[in-house]
Design a binder for this molecule. Structure first.
Ligand code: ADP
Ligand code: MG
Length: 257
């Protein structure tokens, strides 16, 4: 029972193995996400963080081990299958269609059509407006449903992608380095959106190699080091400084103090 508050496990990855060619990228990895839990997945570049979450999102298949979703053993053979289960990934760059309007983006892949297959534009726009103002909390008049995505800031794009996932009831939202390259104020916005996930009773995996971003929003930290789980800590049991110190020692000695 790895959950932060004794809640039930949403995703349970057991004894996962993954190699690319002869390189073992994930070795005997056990990883869980509980209901309404934000897990900070941390570790140096190349540790295997992205590969691990790609096994949940159906981009790659594990070579060994089992994945359980809500206690049921499953095979996630495609990104579509993962989405069907309620798992959404927010990628910094590929989250949204850059040259398209916001309302189009919100319904991308979930278009509303009439019985002849035509897009119900007015309905999508009206609903998008509603989502933007009430669900996502965008109050600025500068952003409308007709805004083209490329005119938004990095943080705003992330916010739209997270808000969209929540609106369509994603149970698990995966954020892979969501604040990389963002300014401090933009980063703050994204972190607020991550906290919305928690408020809406959903779960998230927040990947970063920077503890300072993950610490304030995560309930639990899982440290991946060269393909292995080096350690796990509940936030209530470790301070930010101690966690940083552990990472420094790990990088220097290959061991968690
Ligand atoms: N598709 C792939 N083919 C071959 N090697 C890969 C592939 N994806 C990742 N790797 C390798 O696996 C290791 C872990 O990568 P990755 O999961 O992206 O780490 P992280 O996200 O922690 O930085 C790296 O050595 C990387 O080069
Ligand atoms: Mg990565």
């Amino acid at each position: 029972m790895a959950g932060s508050s004794g809640s039930s496990v949403l995703v349970d990855m057991v004894n996962i193995q993954k190699s690319f060619g002869k390189v073992k990228v994930l070795i005997n990895v056990n990883f869980q996400v509980s209901d309404n839990e934000i897990v900070g997945l941390v570790g140096d570049n190349g540790a295997g963080k992205s590969t691990l979450i790609k096994l949940i999102t159906g981009v790659h298949q594990p070579d060994g081990g089992d994945i359980f979703f809500k206690d049921k053993k499953i095979t996630i053979h495609s990104v579509g299958k993962s989405r069907e289960l309620g798992i959404e990934t927010v990628y910094q760059e590929r989250a949204l269609g850059e040259q398209q309007t916001l309302w189009r983006n919100i319904f991308m892949g979930r278009e509303k059509t009439n019985r002849f297959g035509f897009l119900r534009v007015d309905e999508e726009k009206a609903e998008a407006e509603q989502i933007l103002r009430t669900q996502m909390g965008f109050t600025s008049k500068a952003i409308t449903t007709d805004s083209v995505v490329s005119t938004l800031s990095g943080g705003e794009k992330q916010g739209i992608a997270i808000g969209r996932a929540l609106y369509f009831n994603a149970e698990l939202i995966i954020l892979d380095e969501p604040v990389m390259g963002l300014s401090l104020s933009e980063t703050r916005k994204v972190l607020d959106f991550v906290l919305d996930i928690k408020k809406k009773d959903k779960s998230a995996i927040f990947i970063s190699h920077n503890i300072y971003y993950v610490y304030p929003v995560a309930d639990r930290f899982v440290i991946l080091d060269r393909g292995k789980i080096a350690g796990e800590f509940l936030k209530k049991n470790i301070s930010q400084d101690d966690l940083v110190e552990k990472m420094v020692v790990l990088a220097r000695t290959g061991k968690l103090s």
